[in-house]
Design a protein. Structure first.
Length: 182
């Protein structure tokens, strides 16, 4: 089901690609569960959190992984573009197709909690090992692990203080006080 209040049109992943290559689909959209959604604009706080997390990830990224930001992951009936994704492979691994899964996906939620949370089932279906929803105003991170079908078996909430260590990228840890500090 499309997210309430969002403008959406039903379409397949293959049709989405064809129409996108033809320039028919507007920029700043993503495909979720067979519907095309117009992506929201990004607040300065959202961009700040994404930039900070990318900087933290870049210094510890394993050599067999690639850091991607706002790039598609092709799922069964969706093609979300997470704020941050760590995927196995190199740049040339994705010349002909987008990744179909990820080790870690991060969605930063400042004013888009419901929309970003709606992507969780697509990430679980794609076998994403770990998904973080960074809840900016709450200064918390909601972590989803162990995908099973259309959901994650494990869910935990961290913050507003403390240390969070990724299971999928074990060298990646975030001090929540410092993450949200201006």
């Amino acid at each position: 089901m499309p997210v309430r209040g969002a403008q959406a049109w039903p379409i397949s992943v293959a049709a989405y690609h064809v129409l996108g290559e033809a320039g028919v689909i507007p920029e700043r959209t993503e495909l979720l569960y067979g519907f095309i959604y117009q992506k929201m604009s990004k607040s300065p706080f959202h961009s700040f959190l994404v930039t900070r997390l990318i900087r933290l990830l870049q210094v510890i990224l394993p050599p067999n992984c690639l850091l991607r930001s706002e790039q598609p992951i092709t799922c069964q009936d969706s093609e979300p573009e997470p704020d941050i994704a760590v995927v196995l492979g190199t740049e040339s691994s994705f010349i002909d197709e987008h990744p179909k899964t990820a080790e870690l996906v991060v969605e930063v939620c400042v004013s888009s909690h419901e929309y970003d949370r709606s992507k969780i089932a697509a990430y679980a279906c794609a076998g994403v090992k770990e998904c973080w929803l960074v809840l900016g105003p709450e200064r918390q991170i909601e972590v989803h692990r162990r995908p099973v079908g259309k959901r994650f078996f494990e869910r935990s909430l961290h913050g507003p203080t403390g240390q969070l260590i990724s299971v999928a990228i074990p060298r990646f840890s975030v001090d929540l006080n410092q993450l949200f500090e201006k």
